[in-house]
Design a protein around this ligand. Structure first.
Ligand SMILES: Nc1ncnc2c1ncn2[C@@H]1O[C@H](COP(=O)(O)OP(=O)(O)OP(=O)(O)O)[C@@H](O)[C@H]1O
Ligand SMILES: [Mg+2]
Length: 356
């Protein structure tokens, strides 16, 4: 376990092993109504299947990490939910998607009023184009309050300064007059977070918000997001390929491989007794600062190309040390194991029994 790991959620094990139905996922979730509910979300680019039948719920006020290697479909999943994918390139489909109980269309166009900004905030993966280099940071944040709240410029600038202070930018009142290039990478990321949460959204989607930053700054940014989550009672979907991020602040984890969810559950359960060999592989590939004798082992091989990744076999089996004959002959379904835990692996019992 890494230092700073949060004990999160309940730890359940055992239970049934049938393929999961949408209804079972719903009843396995916490008793509160989900903020966001997604069923069988799929994304294609032309004939190429990139995201396959993703189903999950996000509970209000919680932090969920979506984890997986580069190319696994994390950003496409987030953008499909937010309705941001270019419809000329991508086809999005599914059986149901709701936000606060309201249906969201898969076409990306049918979003409730205020969905972008007031209900959801988004910190995109490549933020270099997110800030206008010709406009002061204060004006860019203030614009949110002018457009969405009808404030006059002066009050909006006051709110912008308050937001910069809230994301802990020192001397915020003076810095509203600075331009983006006058901010360091970490400070720029804080500005983008300030813009994303300016209107107190119910959900913040943060796509790899720490990847480009050095390690100490990464930890500060994560702590900031977690504090904002608590203060604003906001759900957070944080996208990362780094399990260190998960340890630091996620309540729940969803692990994605080659466009499919392969495991999901409470952070403690996933990190201590993950049942998918891929999850185990991701965890084994990060150094354990409490146990420097534990070897760091990279997952061998590469993820498959999307063309036929799940056709008639498990997409992970070429890289899997738990592989059985069945894995090359059949693609596993997602199974529910109680306590909201899900796993897509024929051999999960053997994985669970092996020491992590
Ligand atoms: N228009 C497209 N045509 C073909 N393939 C595409 C297209 N758009 C995305 N892809 C592929 O879909 C896969 C998933 O992309 P996505 O950006 O969601 O990955 P990711 O998990 O966010 O990866 P990273 O960690 O690198 O950000 C990638 O392999 C990507 O190359
Ligand atoms: Mg991405």
């Amino acid at each position: 376990m890494l230092p700073g790991q949060r004990v999160a959620g309940l730890h359940h094990a055992g239970g049934g092993t049938q393929p999961v139905t949408a209804q079972e996922i719903i009843s396995a979730a916490a008793p509160t109504a989900p903020l966001l509910s997604v069923r069988d979300l799929s994304v294609r680019a032309g004939a190429l299947p990139l995201v396959h039948e993703i189903s999950f719920d996000l509970e209000p006020g919680t932090m969920t990490a979506l984890v997986g290697e580069s190319g696994s479909g994390k950003s496409l999943t987030a953008q499909a939910i937010l309705g941001l994918l270019n419809r000329e390139v991508y086809a999005v489909a599914g059986t149901a998607m709701t936000f606060q109980g309201q249906a969201l269309g898969f076409d990306g166009q049918s979003r409730p009023r205020g969905f972008h900004g007031e209900l959801t905030g988004y910190v995109m993966q490549d933020p270099s184009s997110a800030l206008d280099p010709t406009m002061t940071v204060g004006r860019q944040i203030a614009e949110m309050f002018v457009v969405h709240r009808g404030m006059d410029r002066r009050s909006a600038l006051g709110e912008a300064a308050r937001m910069l202070d809230r994301v802990r930018i020192p001397d915020a009142g003076a810095r509203i007059d600075d331009y983006p290039h006058q901010f360091s990478g970490g400070m720029k990321q804080r500005v983008l977070i300030a813009m994303a949460v300016a209107l107190s959204p119910r959900l913040l989607v943060a796509d790899e918000p720490t990847t480009a930053l050095d390690v100490t700054v990464q930890a500060d940014i994560l702590a900031l997001i977690d504090d904002l989550r608590r203060e604003m009672q906001m759900a957070v979907l944080i996208i990362t390929h780094d399990f260190g991020v998960v340890y630091q602040c996620a309540d729940r984890v969803m692990v994605m491989y080659a466009g499919k969810l392969v495991e999901g559950g409470a952070t403690l359960q996933i990190t201590e007794s993950g049942r998918h060999p891929y999850t185990r592989g991701l965890i084994a590939s990060i150094p354990d600062l409490d146990d420097l004798d534990r070897p760091v082992v990279a997952i061998p091989g590469q993820p498959p190309r999307p063309e036929r990744s799940w056709d008639g076999s498990c997409a992970f089996q070429p890289r899997c040390s738990f592989k059985a004959p069945r894995c090359a002959a059949e693609a596993p379904e997602m199974e529910t194991l109680g306590g909201g835990a899900l796993v897509r692996c024929f051999e999960w019992r053997r994985v669970e029994e092996s020491p992590s």
